[in-house]
Design a protein around this ligand. Structure first.
Ligand code: PRE
Length: 281
């Protein structure tokens, strides 16, 4: 089995893959869409891509590519703790307070806004394809006094020196990654998991109270929702669809009943997946 993930080695995506699929082959890709394309093109059996972070919210490129460009079922979720550190090339260790630029993935930068604002007010911050790619970049250019924001595995992997630990703005920092595959995955037995079902719902246009009716279909069946997120349909101002997570495995009665009720209301409903969610501490 081969897993595609956002590379290079030692990204947070790579850590998530190692946690759940240590025995599979791991194939790094430069972008999140490339990971998903690799599943469609059968270059990998599954892809693990970031979906949501507790500080910064949804990873829009994942949600948008999954809903607009490719159709791959969500077959699992991995939630891992995220710790961001500031690191430099070891030869710049004594002058890290004077760095001229800081590189990282846009979501990692967003998780450290307060830290950067307070400590590096006039320093340029540049987003790059992943946290590990940022570490590769600073290690390849020791003559530049620049820093990267990444995890401690990346510091070890590429030989960077951590100069400030735990620079994320809120202690509780976790990212959830979705596992995408066209096949069933042989999961290792893991202790803590529960099931989720994810739906994509489009509302009938210009119908008063439509969202209220959608929520009622779940409420009276006592289906617990853990997420309702709106994303643009990309067809016009005010045109949105909803991603809804139900805290339950797809059953024969309640969820199909809710879907049928939504369709009767004139909604479009697409099942994106019903899957186990693994929490790594
Ligand atoms: O750059 C990485 O290390 C990634 O795996 C990407 C990513 C993301 O897109 O959110 C994953 C987890 C962290 O929230 C920060 C960055």
């Amino acid at each position: 089995m081969k897993v595609g993930y956002l590379g290079p080695k030692a990204t947070f995506s790579g850590i998530a893959v190692n946690e759940v699929f240590p025995k599979f082959d791991h194939e790094p890709y430069r972008t999140i869409p490339e990971c998903m394309d690799a599943v469609i093109n059968h270059n990998v059996n599954l892809a693990v891509v970031p979906m949501e972070n507790t500080i910064e919210g949804s990873v829009n490129i994942t949600l948008d590519y999954l809903t607009h460009e490719v159709q791959i079922p969500i077959v699992g979720e991995i939630i891992i703790p995220i710790k961001q550190h500031l690191m430099v090339h070891p030869s710049n260790q004594d002058k890290w307070q004077d760095v001229t630029k800081i590189y990282s993935h846009s979501h990692a930068i967003a998780q450290c806004h307060k830290f950067l604002h307070k400590n590096f007010t006039n320093v340029a911050v540049e987003s790059i394809s992943s946290t590990a790619a940022a570490v590769e970049m600073i290690m390849a250019n020791p003559e530049w006094n620049v820093a990267a924001i990444a995890n401690d595995l990346a510091a070890k992997e590429y030989g960077a020196a951590i100069v400030q630990k735990d620079i994320h703005d809120f202690d509780y920092n976790h990212t959830s990654f979705v596992i995408l595959s066209e096949n069933e995955i042989p999961y290792p037995s893991m202790d803590t998991f529960h099931y989720k079902t994810t739906l994509m719902v489009t509302l009938p246009s210009d119908q008063a109270g439509a969202l209220h009716q959608v929520l009622s279909a779940f409420a009276w069946r006592r289906l617990n929702l853990s997420k309702i997120e709106s994303r643009p349909m990309k067809t016009g101002i005010g045109n949105y669809f909803f991603i809804i997570d139900i805290e339950m495995k797809l059953d024969d009665v309640l969820i199909p009943g809710a879907i049928a009720e939504l369709e009767a209301l004139g909604c479009g409903v697409k099942l994106l997946g019903s899957y186990p969610s693994f929490m790594v501490e």
